[in-house]
Design a protein around this ligand. Structure first.
Ligand code: GTP
Ligand code: MG
Length: 344
């Protein structure tokens, strides 16, 4: 699959994940507004610094402006360095550069007729209010893009960041290796089926389970790096290499009945990708609540400082206005329209 899928990693967290994918043999283009962040990526083959960028210090808008001014060069860089049948754009939702640039870049690439998936990251519950605001805004934009393929959502609440990166990349790589490694007289999963699974719009999860029984694999799905699927069980594909006594029927019972399933078998471990899931609404509601709760607290703090004669900045509140805006945009007609949509 290494000639079919490549990655564009935007921002620091994405860079860390990109490094692991590059070590697995995938082509990765690292994009950042910060030269210092790019410098930390030793041995990375393709790095691209967005001109005039000096980091975005969690300012999503700054990142958007820089990408708007430079989109043609970024697209050219993608074509010359990491052109593939399907691109995955990687970005953390809680920072500035990746969070601001990621959804817009994804939208622009989809608009060019490319097949684009997403790998993104939710902040842990204990992270700052600013991270939560950015994350909510980022997901509001991301989930409004109609033409995207699989969206993998790493949830930092699930553990240590670096370990989560490793767990996710190992699972994804194991899934992508199924056509090469797992061949069975009882049935095969070919590259076209892997691609079909990954092209499905909506959230996706990849799970690996060494257990011999289905229950173990299903349990592993709740303890991995990724946000847990919503209980509504909307699902398009379940594609798996099954080991031990693990049965597709049990996976369907747990994850929902898909439109189609693809399966093969192996002797080592079960690797399974479920795609076309709904976005992690409950988790996003939590992110929203943290923003709302703190809005009140900050309003109170501002009132208190006013009483003592101190002035508090109100930018913070302005930025939080109606983060849950309705998705009413009509289909934009040109690149300019798409770009301006992200600056409202
Ligand atoms: N899973 C994971 N999360 C990370 C990692 N590094 C940072 N994060 C999370 O990503 C968010 C911050 O995003 P970054 O990628 O550091 O920010 P950036 O895109 O470089 O943006 P700015 O530096 O603000 O311009 C926070 O929620 C962090 O917890 C990582 O290696 N893995
Ligand atoms: Mg950064």
């Amino acid at each position: 699959m290494r000639n079919k899928i490549s990655f564009v990693a935007v921002g620091q967290a994405a860079g860390n994940i990109g490094r692991l994918l590059e070590r697995k043999g995938y082509a990765v283009l690292y994009v950042n507004t910060s030269r210092e962040d790019l410098d930390t990526l030793e041995d990375a083959k393709f790095k691209y610094h967005i001109p005039h960028g000096e980091g975005c210090n969690k300012d999503r808008r700054k990142a958007k402006r820089l990408v708007i001014d430079d989109f043609d060069s970024i697209a050219a860089e993608i074509d010359s360095k990491v052109r593939a049948e399907m691109l995955f754009v990687i970005f953390a939702s809680g920072g500035g550069t990746g969070s601001g640039a990621g959804p817009m870049l994804t939208d622009l690439l989809v608009d060019e007729g490319r097949s684009v998936g997403v790998i993104t990251i939710l902040p842990a519950r204990g992270e700052s209010v600013k991270s939560h605001i950015n994350s909510y805004e980022c997901f509001t934009e991301l989930t409004a893009i109609a033409g995207t393929g699989a969206c993998f959502v790493i949830d930092n609440e699930n553990g240590n960041k670096m370990e989560l990166n490793g767990t996710f990349v190992n699972s994804l790589a194991a899934f992508l290796e199924i056509p090469e490694k797992h061949k069975s007289v009882k049935g095969n999963v070919d590259k076209a089926e892997i691609m079909e699974t990954l092209r499905a719009h909506g959230m996706a999860v990849v799970v690996r389970g060494r257990g011999k029984e289905s229950a173990g694999v299903i349990q592993a799905a709740g303890h991995g790096a990724l946000a847990a699927p919503e209980p509504d069980r909307a699902v398009k594909y379940i594609t798996a290499s099954l080991a031990g006594n693990v049965k597709m029927a049990d996976l369907e019972k747990a994850f929902g009945t898909p439109i189609d399933n693809f399966q093969t078998f192996n002797d080592e471990e079960t690797v399974c990708c479920v795609s076309g899931l709904s976005y992690p609404q409950s988790r996003l509601d939590e992110v929203y609540r943290k923003v709302e709760e703190n809005k009140e607290l900050i309003k109170r703090n501002l009132a208190a400082t006013r009483e003592t004669g101190l002035k508090g900045g109100v930018n913070f509140l302005e930025e939080m206005e109606e983060p849950r805006k309705e998705k009413t945009e009509a289909k934009p007609k040109s690149k300019r329209d798409i770009m301006s949509k992200y600056l409202v």
